[in-house]
Design a protein. Structure first.
Length: 325
């Protein structure tokens, strides 16, 4: 699987596959893909996360001990299904709060009535992941159950109690006025606050309960406190933004020292009437990721230096350095 093929797989995002081939399946509890069965496919040193969907134009079959993905009669890639540890390979990546008081129109989480894990439950999951001897990082994320401040407090408690594992710890929560300070003091290594979109008109329509400027300020502060190649942000592509708006948003984040993670938009049936999702094409994914790589290189930022959360995983995105090279 080369970068072009991975971009094509990401553009579709799902594949028809006999779920018996998947072994233990998982259902995402965070973000636009929440509530859907997914699996990791590894080929040629690259990794992609795909949804299982019988109606997909792509089909995966087992052949000679490998999983081969076809588009009609054309073979796209052969590889292996990669085992998850928690949410992704080699990481204990845990969503503490599977619900949210915010109502971002592209995200099904507020509609799914998910559960809230206790700190003790999260710590028990991490301990079991550690016992497998496969855990290379701990990543904590959360929606918002009651208040943003309470979620930060819970994340801080988890981080403090996980230093003993001596692996890097990343945290992705909604920021507060002192979340950077609290998480840094607790021992977090990397931070992700999600802008979701840098198109301000779209942001107001889709995430109107939140303040984009506040998130940007918190990201800039995080760069100052955590350092270079330590701060990133999910940037969804396919919500209606133009390439020009996306590129300007990439420039602004990179100028702040923040690494954007270009995430192809996912349409969810619980949100179909509230947002117009157009998943980006293979060509658009490649174009914007190449632009992102150029901007990162000029700024001396390198996605390969991140050790937690989405950037070392690369399952849901085309990596500007790990995939494009």
């Amino acid at each position: 699987m080369d970068a072009q093929t991975k971009a094509e797989l990401l553009a579709t995002g799902r594949v028809a596959i006999d779920e018996k081939l998947l072994g233990k399946t998982t259902v995402s509890t965070a973000g636009p893909g929440a509530g859907k069965v997914g699996f990791f496919f590894s080929s040629g040193g690259r990794r992609v996360k795909l949804g299982a969907d019988a109606k997909s134009p792509l089909k995966a079959i087992e052949k000679d001990g490998k999983i081969c993905i076809y588009k009609e009669d054309k073979l796209l890639a052969c590889g292996q299904i990669e085992e998850e540890l928690l949410h992704c390979p080699e990481q204990a990546y845990i969503n503490m709060t599977e619900t949210c008081i915010f109502d971002c129109k592209f995200c099904p989480v507020p509609k799914l009535n998910g559960r809230v894990k206790s700190v003790e439950e999260v710590l028990d999951m991490i301990e079991k992941a550690h016992d497998t001897k496969k855990m290379k990082a701990i990543s904590i994320t959360a929606g918002v159950d009651e208040t943003v401040e309470k979620e930060v407090e819970r994340a801080v408690e988890v981080v403090r109690k996980c230093e003993r594992y001596h692996v890097p710890i990343g945290v992705s929560v909604y920021p507060t006025i002192n979340s950077n300070k609290l998480l840094k003091e607790a021992g977090a290594d990397e931070i992700k606050y999600n802008v979701e979109t840098m198109d301000r008109q779209l942001y107001s329509a889709l995430c109107g309960e939140q303040d984009l400027d506040f998130i940007l300020d918190c990201l800039s502060e995080a760069v100052r406190m955590f350092g270079k190649n330590k701060v990133c942000s999910n940037f969804i592509i396919g919500l209606g933004e133009s390439d020009e708006t996306a590129m300007e948003g990439i420039r602004e984040l990179v100028r702040r020292g923040v690494v954007p993670i270009l995430r192809p938009a996912t349409s969810h049936p619980l949100r179909k009437k509230e947002v117009n999702i157009e998943r980006p094409s293979k060509e658009r994914i490649l174009k914007l990721t190449r632009f992102l790589k150029e901007e990162l290189d000029q700024a001396g930022l390198d996605t390969r230096l991140f050790r937690t959360m989405c950037l070392p995983c690369t399952g849901c995105d085309l990596g500007p350095h790990r995939d494009l090279g």
